[in-house]
Design a protein around this ligand. Structure first.
Ligand code: C2G
Length: 136
């Protein structure tokens, strides 16, 4: 069984998140998603609209996702790969060549998939503040 692992905040779940999870699952048989905790988001200087428990519940309900684990720190990835017998770590290509993922290559394959254009949690928040709507 080929096991895939990906990381993210997955706030204000949108098509960019769905696309990466769908395509990550297509690379194997079992997809583990590490969702950033609220405390870790603070370290990432990210504030999410939804708390961890709700972001976790949404990601868990996605049919491509087999398991959700908490992402609590930048340096848990090597342990995650060993503990879950991961074959491939998948991230959007905004992370391409980032040392946080390149350093995993001795342990497993690292695949960067193209980001879905335009949409992001940040854009959703901004558009809502400005009264804009997607595709407008
Ligand atoms: N993503 C995407 N297309 C978008 C938006 C996001 O493909 N339009 C991908 C990102 O590249 C990432 C995943 O969706 O692989 C989750 O994105 P975020 O929730 O923004 O996660 P991020 O803040 O990048 O956290 O340790 C790694 C971090 O936890 C990643």
């Amino acid at each position: 069984m080929k096991k895939i692992l990906t990381y993210g905040t997955f706030d204000l779940f949108h098509m960019g998140h769905l696309n990466i999870l769908k395509r990550a699952k297509q690379l194997g048989d079992y997809l583990v998603v590490a969702v950033s905790t609220d405390e870790f988001n603070e370290i990432k200087n990210k504030t999410s609209y939804y708390p961890y428990e709700e972001r976790k519940a949404i990601v868990e309900s996605i049919k491509y996702v087999d398991e959700v684990i908490p992402e609590k720190s930048w340096n848990q990835k090597l342990n995650d790969i060993k503990k879950h017998n991961i074959d491939i770590v998948v991230m959007g290509d905004d992370w391409k060549n980032n040392e946080k993922f390149e350093c995993l290559k001795p342990l497993c394959e690292v695949v960067y998939l193209s980001r879905t254009p335009v949409i992001s949690s940040t854009k959703i928040k901004k558009d809502n503040l400005e009264g804009d709507f997607y595709g407008k």
